[in-house]
Design a protein around this ligand. Structure first.
Ligand code: 5GP
Length: 209
């Protein structure tokens, strides 16, 4: 098929749903994706690297990016700014990669508004208890932050219906495989292949008597 443009895929999910792990495995398993690295004003966690996990910014630097229209979307999440640099996304889509945005729900809604062809996937653990366990046991946040993130999960749960797909992260391999299947199927949708369709229509119409 002649559709060479990639698609924009948004992955959201409760804090602790395992988005990071799913994204990591997806990037290792397929070469058809480009992962957008966000800018944030949150402090780096132990082991996080500048330009790999995030572009870490001061509030002033982040607000300058907003003013200069450098972000595709941005949101405030539990007291910090997070945003998607636009240039990388646009360049990667043009080059044919499927671009992955791992972002929270407000940003996801903005992406859908600006770019209705984007595919939105919501990732959830199998149960609420499992969510609480994962978030508490990963030990990357203090208790107060865990509480805030759980409370935010409660708010976000009302927005799941606005996503195109819901994916349960129970078994990692299955989850990653299913995510890729969603994207592969999406790429086959007729509205994404208009050029190819009109080419084949032209050719086939020559057979008419
Ligand atoms: P964390 O602090 O755990 O890395 O991220 C907190 C939340 O911010 C997660 O839900 C993550 O998906 C979201 N997030 C990360 N980058 C962006 C971004 O560029 N835009 C938006 N809207 N959310 C983001």
């Amino acid at each position: 098929m002649s559709n060479s443009k990639g698609i924009l895929v948004v992955l959201s999910g409760f804090s602790g749903a395992g988005k990071g792990t799913v994204v990591k495995r997806l990037m290792e398993s397929y070469d058809t994706y480009a992962l957008s690295i966000s800018a944030t004003t949150r402090q780096p966690r132990v082991g996080e690297e500048e330009g790999k996990s995030y572009f870490f910014k001061t509030v002033e630097e982040f607000e300058k990016m907003i003013e200069e229209d450098k972000l595709l979307e941005y949101a405030n999440y539990v007291g910090n700014y997070y945003g998607t640099p636009a240039d990388y996304v646009n360049n990667m889509l043009k080059s044919g990669k499927n671009v992955l945005l791992e972002i929270e729900i407000q940003g996801a809604m903005k992406i859908k508004e600006k770019n209705p062809d984007a595919v939105l996937v919501f990732l959830t653990p199998p149960t609420a208890d499992e969510l609480k366990n994962r978030l508490t046991n990963r030990g990357t946040e203090d208790l107060a932050t865990v509480e805030k993130r759980l409370s935010r999960a409660g708010e976000e749960s009302n927005g799941i219906e606005n996503y195109d797909y819901i994916l349960v992260n129970d078994d990692l391999d299955t989850c990653v495989k299913e995510f890729n299947e969603i994207v592969v199927s999406e790429k086959k949708k007729t509205f994404r292949n208009r050029e190819f369709i009109s080419e084949i229509q032209n050719e086939v119409s020559k057979f008419k008597k």
